[in-house]
Design a protein around this ligand. Structure first.
Ligand code: C2O
Ligand code: CU
Ligand code: CU
Length: 576
């Protein structure tokens, strides 16, 4: 009788087990440098048997390969766009020149290849890449374009950490998706009731009974997770967005908002042949966070469709870890110290900038749904919001006057949080960061960062909310870093003038004196532009027809025949 009961129970458990966590977790393939070929393409994936969902991916149907970059190495990334429409690829978290950053100004037209080349200046850590075309970011990310970047460096390599990719070092991109009745992705929908890990529903992964490293990326368009393990099994945070911490922080819960990454160690020793779930304890998220019971701090405010989404305010399983035998050279200990990292302190700052988030119009509904503005203005591709002198150390003071928390992200830099709502950051938020969740209801965050190495007179860097619906709806701004030496030296301001800038059709160049020479129009990487390459200077006024050229940043370079004058000035082509 007892045996029967046990076997019935066992069968029942197997049945439950087959309903949930039934798909092996795919591990994205690895690409190593120094040259990387990435092809943006359309595809399909069968999330529901027999029904193909239309997707976008990199070198495949969905997601993209993991790029391994070595600090100090010069890399070249060839991004070929075969999507049938324009896009961009941004290296989120990497410190690169704005021309290499892949923001909304660096459009990759369909059928063309963008090949940025740069030295890896970042610290070992977990970064990522994703499209960033203005007003298309949410759609292209939702359809599936995203990938990991793992930076390695000497400091990290010396530590006794798990780093066998796919075995004891596992990348996990967590996303929530909404499907329509035909099982196609819905963009910008609060019906995102399906959790995907590495674009897989109900996944499980086999991991060895030792110390395992998980790299978590919240690649969701809106949702905030509160990660933890079943049974409050603890984990050890070793890294945040831009690198490793000075020492591990032992925790049982950790919130992760869109765009943020963490690296954690989990000790699974002695747990062979058992399973443990990674979960999101969303019932513990405070209201005013997308993912909590109420996304608004105001009792009445909500988002259409949000209340019926079973993930909101409920604890749910994210990934089942099936624990198997140890590998050959297992890591069996959590290190006590990691890396040296000196945060900036407030007294080092040259200045403070204040950014206030508000709803464009303030009422119960817009305070949680937006559209949101920063310092009263919505994103405009043609407006430079700040000019930052190169090497400035700045404090950015963020105030959120809306009813929902916003994950604020800035390009170019890693920052250190000085305080959140006036309190110094807890240990797990004290390291290098490029996204920070700003609490709702007049919540404040201050961070400090230095804008070093790269400047450009034309191409800006972005800052924005990483809830992609908010970003696409205008919760974004841009800044130029100015004053440094750039790869193309700006020359004598008085040699020539040109107008209009930005332009969408023609550009008139007027020479200020009689010069014998050549004018060259190039794209932002200094490559000559087809059909326009060289024009010999004859009179004083030149008219260029730019109507066949894509939106983007360009240079006009001038060289006199006798070599006495060379100068370069930037301009932009902007079209709606
Ligand atoms: Cu992850 Cu400006 O983006
Ligand atoms: Cu970014
Ligand atoms: Cu936002």
């Amino acid at each position: 009788m007892a045996t029967l009961r046990i076997s019935v129970l066992f069968t029942f458990l197997l049945f439950i087990g087959s309903l949930i966590a039934q798909n092996p977790l795919p591990i994205p393939s690895l690409l190593t440098g120094p040259e990387y070929d990435l092809i943006l393409q359309k595809g399909t994936k069968e999330f529901f048997s027999g029904i193909p969902t239309t997707t976008m991916g990199v070198n495949g149907d969905i997601l993209g390969p993991t790029l391994v970059l070595n600090a100090g190495e010069t890399v070249k990334l060839n991004v070929q766009n075969n999507l049938g429409e324009p896009s961009t690829i941004h290296w989120h978290g990497l410190h690169v020149h704005p021309a290499n950053d892949g923001g909304p100004h660096t459009v990759i037209e369909n059928g063309t290849t963008w090949s940025p080349q740069f030295e890896v200046l970042d610290k070992a850590g977990t970064y990522w890449y994703h499209p960033h075309l203005h007003m298309k970011t949410a759609e292209h990310v939702t359809k599936g374009i995203a990938g990991f970047i793992i930076v390695r460096d000497d400091e990290e390599s010396k530590l006794l950490l798990p780093r066998t990719y796919g075995l004891d070092d596992i990348p996990l991109v967590i996303q929530s998706r909404a499907f329509d009745t035909n099982k196609q992705f819905l963009t910008l929908s609060a019906l995102d009731n399906t959790i995907l890990v590495n674009c897989t529903i109900d996944p499980y992964v086999e991991v060895p009974a030792q110390v395992v490293r998980l790299r978590l990326l919240n690649g969701s368009t809106e949702r905030v997770y509160r990660f933890g393990f079943e049974g409050d099994h603890s984990f050890h945070l070793i890294g945040t967005d831009g690198g490793l911490l000075p020492s591990p922080v032992t925790m049982t819960r950790l919130n992760l908002s869109p765009g943020e990454r963490i690296e954690i160690l989990v000790d699974l020793m002695g747990m062979e042949n058992s399973s443990i779930f990674l979960k999101s304890f969303a019932s513990e998220l405070s209201n005013g966070t997308y993912g909590a019971d109420n996304p608004s701090i105001m009792p009445m405010g909500s988002i259409q469709g949000y209340a019926s989404n079973p993930l909101n305010g409920q604890d749910f399983e994210v990934l089942r870890l099936d624990i198997i035998q140890q590998t050959n050279f297992p890591v069996l200990q959590i290190p006590t110290t990691l890396v040296n990292d000196q945060p900036f302190v407030a007294s080092q700052a040259n200045m403070t900038r204040s950014l206030t988030f508000q709803a464009a119009q303030m009422n119960m509904n817009t305070m949680v749904n937006g559209p949101f503005v920063i310092n009263g203005s919505s994103f405009n591709l043609q407006t430079i919001n700040y000019q930052i002198p190169i090497n400035n150390i700045e404090i950015w003071e963020l105030t959120n006057m809306t009813a929902i928390a916003h994950p604020f992200h800035i390009h170019d830099v890693q920052f250190y949080i000085l305080d959140i709502n006036g309190n110094p950051p807890p240990a797990h938020l004290s390291g290098r960061k490029d996204v920070v969740l700003v609490p709702p209801g007049n919540g404040t965050v201050r961070f400090i960062a230095q804008f070093s190495d790269f400047s450009d007179p034309v191409i800006p860097y972005m800052y924005h909310c990483h809830m992609l619906s908010h970003e696409d709806a205008g919760m974004m701004g841009q800044f130029l870093v100015t004053g440094g030496t750039t790869s193309i030296q700006p020359g004598d301001e008085h040699t020539f003038q040109f107008f209009p800038n930005p332009t969408n059709d023609y550009l008139t160049v007027v020479l200020n004196s009689d010069i014998q020479g050549h004018i060259l129009l190039t794209d932002h990487l200094g490559r000559s532009v087809k059909g326009l390459s060289v024009k010999h200077i004859q009179g004083n006024t030149l008219l260029y027809d730019l109507r066949h050229l894509p939106t983007g940043a360009y240079w006009i370079q001038m060289a006199s025949d006798n070599g006495s004058v060379t100068t370069a000035k930037g301009f932009q082509i902007v079209r709606d």
